[in-house]
Design a protein around this ligand. Sequence first.
Ligand SMILES: C[S@@+](CC[C@H](N)C(=O)[O-])C[C@H]1O[C@@H](n2cnc3c(N)ncnc32)[C@H](O)[C@@H]1O
Length: 253
Amino acid sequence: MLKLLSLARFQLDCLLAYFKPGARWQLSTPLRLLRQAFYYFCNWSYCLFIYSAEALAFAGQKRLKAVDKALYRHYFYPNQFWIALSEGLKVERPETLYRLTYGETTWFGIRAALKAVQAKPEDLFYDLGCGTGRNVFYARIAGGMQAVGVDLLKSFVNYGQQTASACGVDGIEFKQQDIFKTPLQQASIVYVTANCYDAETMPKLVERLNDLPTGARVISTHRPIPSPRLEVTGSQRLPFSWGVDWMYYHIAR
Ligand SMILES: C[S@@+](CC[C@H](N)C(=O)[O-])C[C@H]1O[C@@H](n2cnc3c(N)ncnc32)[C@H](O)[C@@H]1O
């Protein structure tokens, strides 16, 4: 419930920004405002459905739910969407801020992805661009793997670490780092929301993934990773906070 209230507040704040002193109105602005309000309404309704289904489906996973509750105490206000916008502006230029646009994988999504790549407790899981770290906690708690979350933004890393200590989750690490500089020689499963990477940054990601040992699996959202070393082994459509999207599975050859 807190998550949905927090999302509604974020969306309302974004709409109210149109009415702030200094906001410049053009002829097309009312139409843009209406389109944005409609999109927010659809997205909020979709999130209501997905988060309610998640609450029911994962009701038995007490540890996971305790972590989620602890995480969302940090993310009520400002929430993860605001943090990505405001902290993102300190590390990206306004014209490339879209690279840090925030969105989240659902537990349905990460559960299906880990199953598809046959994740085992011996694996070392990396989430490149971990955000709140929900996937990292899922891999550790539900999958029993050692798990590492990497993000550029300080608050995500700090809150991830604080939540891990507060909930007594060991075998988990959060690093504030640019993923294009993250060594991956030890990783056996890498998760990446490939929506964030464009023509300029995708080659840098591909180069980084070249570090992976043979047999490592890569899970990417939205699009496959265009690397000659990575063979696509499957794909499926799964729910994310932004809607239903593709998840691609690869193996490093
Ligand atoms: C779409 S969110 C995904 C969050 C999480 N992985 C999930 O699936 O729920 C992408 C995250 O990647 C981070 N990010 C984007 N570019 C990055 C980079 N070059 N280095 C580290 N983190 C990055 C953003 O700050 C954001 O938290």
